[in-house]
Design a protein around this ligand. Structure first.
Ligand code: NAD
Length: 505
């Protein structure tokens, strides 16, 4: 159990390193309102990416545990304890839950950073507050949404209502562990469903902790369950479960396809997929403020160690301004030195684990082998710590056919491709399997609109990158996914439409 007193007493005077040594936390599954071990008793090692050392062992759930969690979620749904609660009351409880996440933000931020290596200042300012305000936003929506009456004429009354699906399973990744979960938790619970969450095996701790906060906030037992475990065990069991009505997935495109297959082969549960990206960031020669474009390009790929689904990993720049822009991007990258994630001054943390580290380094090698030039960075850093650090890396001279121009690296590696005219830039931008995000930088309003329309991506930024707000949908074209997180559109995923036709003739 988290030692709240330790966390809150004199937290502000203690270093994060000291807090990390003192913190205690739950590592079990959370099913039907209680912490439980995996039925098999199995655990898996949880490694701190900044040190390479195991810092806890976590319950390793499998089919038996998923069965229990789904049964609890189903029973809670059937009992009506949550779904039939007055909307105003449900709203208040979800608001309390969001407030509780805010209140525990230091503890949650610390768990997030220990789990997956991001800088504590980002966990504290971005991830945890973002998760809390997402849930709060959906809470506020609960008693403000109306259903529809169809214009059927005088002899009938046809209502079109949204109903919760029942039991929703969610499988989430490690790059923004709690935030990605919150994008599901908010609309799933606001719509009245019961929930079974499988966090990534690389970052399970905040999910486990917030399940407890949910129940303490008044969410009835069984409505919010967490089954930590691996993809091929707990993830597979959840996505192929016969009594799960909907599976909401965020992760890689390859796994997304497996989840879709499991959904189809089991009970045809609805499968919503938020998958990978290889997002183009197009800078036209007329854009006057290269400093601004360079800053956005650098943070667009180096923020969160480049472990961003929407990372602007392809800088597609007009050949005339390429040198001037790259110089600025590299200068910003050089200031983002990898460091201890627990140091509040650190801007670039550790790569999540050794597997991902090797993957990033292997892509850097492949870029060199295929003839691209390392313009900046390119090396592993701080190896003596045992942690997995890579410096910001910029490739120049990248050809659209190279692997580093097509495949998602999920690390701080930027591929720079040049173009001569905007149509060529658009063609390069669209010529990948992904379509999550894209950006264009120009002063010309016509070109801006025409390019934004031509780009095949779920979000197009004009003269910015990674601008974000809960009010706008997020998700992908093509193999970046199916469905949208965030905004009121997310309710489409977690509700069924029902037509009720009443004969008045
Ligand atoms: P991943 O696909 O390896 O794993 C994601 C989740 O799926 C994990 O919880 C994992 O345990 C589980 N999983 C693995 N195999 C499974 C299986 N056979 N059945 C069911 N579940 C299984 O992805 P990752 O490495 O954790 O995360 C990085 C990826 O996530 C990147 O591709 C990134 O672009 C993507 N991502 C997308 C978005 C978005 O909104 N589109 C947001 C964040 C991350």
């Amino acid at each position: 159990m988290p030692a709240e007193n330790t966390m809150t007493k004199s937290a502000s005077e203690k270093s994060w390193q000291q807090r990390a040594r003192e913190i205690s936390f739950a590592t079990q599954a959370f099913i039907d309102g209680r912490f439980v071990n995996a039925a098999s008793g199995a655990t898996f090692d949880n490694v701190n990416p900044a040190t390479g050392r195991v810092f806890c062992r976590v319950a390793s759930c499998d089919t038996a545990d998923v069965d229990l969690a789904v049964a609890a979620a189903r029973a809670a749904f059937e009992s009506g304890s949550w779904v039939n609660m007055a909307p105003k009351a449900r709203k208040r409880i979800l608001q309390r839950f969001a407030e509780s996440i805010h209140k525990h933000k230091e503890e949650l931020a610390l768990l997030e950073t220990l789990d997956m290596g991001k800088p504590i200042s980002d966990s504290l300012k971005v991830d945890i507050p973002g998760a809390a305000s997402c849930i709060e936003w959906y809470a506020e929506a609960i008693d403000k949404l109306y259903d529809e009456v169809a214009p059927t004429g005088p002899d009938a009354l046809a209502t079109i209502t949204r109903e919760p699906m029942g039991v929703v399973g969610a499988i989430v990744p490690w790059n923004f562990p709690l935030l990605m979960a919150a994008w599901k938790i908010g609309p799933v619970l606001a719509a009245g469903n019961s929930f079974v969450l499988k966090p990534s095996e690389k970052s399970p701790l905040t999910a486990i902790r917030v399940a407890q906060l949910a129940v303490e906030s008044g969410i009835p037992e069984g409505v919010f369950n967490v089954v930590p475990g691996f993809g091929h065990t707990a993830g597979q069991a959840l996505s192929s479960h016969m009594d799960v009505d909907c599976i909401a997935f965020t992760g890689s495109t390859a796994t997304g396809k497996r989840v879709m297959q499991s959904a189809a082969q089991s009970n045809m549960k609805r499968a919503w997929l938020e998958c990978g990206g290889k997002s183009p960031n197009i800078v036209l020669a007329d854009y006057p403020d290269l400093e601004r474009a360079a800053t956005a390009a650098a943070y667009g790929i180096f923020f969160n160690q480049g472990e961003m689904c929407s990372a602007g990993s392809r800088l597609i720049v007009h050949e005339r301004i390429k040198d001037a822009l790259l110089e600025k991007v590299a200068a910003i990258g050089a200031k983002l030195k990898p460091g201890d994630p627990l140091d509040p001054a650190t801007r670039l943390g550790a790569i999540v684990d050794e597997v991902q580290l090797k993957r990033v380094l292997e892509y850097i090698e492949s870029g060199k082998t295929e003839g691209a030039r390392v313009y900046a960075g390119g090396e592993r850093k701080l190896e003596n710590t045992g942690g997995y650090f890579v410096e910001p890396t910029v490739f120049d001279g990248v050809q659209p056919t190279m692997r580093i121009a097509n495949e998602e690296i999920f690390g701080p590696v930027l591929a720079t491709i040049t173009f001569k005219d905007v149509n060529q830039a658009i063609a390069i931008a669209n010529n990948v399997i992904y379509g999550l995000a894209a950006a264009v930088w120009t002063r010309d309003i016509t070109i801006a609109h025409r390019t934004a329309r031509a780009l095949r991506a779920g979000t197009v930024y004009v003269n910015c990158y990674d601008a974000d707000d809960i009010t706008v949908p997020f998700g992908g074209f093509k193999q970046s996914g199916i469905g949208r997180d965030k905004s009121l559109h997310a309710f489409d995923k977690y509700t069924e439409l029902k037509t009720t036709w009443i004969d008045l003739s």
